[in-house]
Write a new protein. Sequence first.
Length: 200
Amino acid sequence: MNTKTYYLLDVARCFAFAGQAREYADDPGVYNVPNDAVLVEPPPAPAGSVARWTGEGWQIVEDHRRATLYLPDGQTYPIGSDADGQTYDGLGAIPAWLADAPPPPAPPTPEQIQQRMTGLMQAHLDDTAKTRGYDGILSLCSYYGSANPQFAAEAKAGMAFRDSVWAYGYQVLAEVQAGARGIPSDDDLLAELPAIEWPA
């Protein structure tokens, strides 16, 4: 039985796969070629591209139908959906209103910077106090003037420590907000903050 190779098209009229059409035994010269197929062999498409049938021939186009694309606000774009009156089927060059990578995050506001840095300072104070069994820096400092000499001495050290941390931390914050230095990472800021000098 004679056969012919056909080239099946997907719903976007792009080459899907090749198959073999058989000649009808009772109708010589006629083959069972699917309606959504052509008999013209497509040219090879490089990676990231596909052959698309125009009705008159093949053209090679970029294929982004399986890519994750992003709108300017950072939301992912479902291929083929409407976005303020614009659509993209994933074929051809990515339009200017889409991107194949999410936009960079917005820089933190001065309020967000201050909140993060002061939160780290407070955590540094509290975590240090907890190493001696106190609930936090406030608990440590509350023993200032205690009748117990060890507690009183540790509270005095805690108060000096608290003052030095806030003084240094706010100096760094002022430099950051003035643009005199970059925003330190959490680890860098914690490494810079003063350490406590516990009494012997």
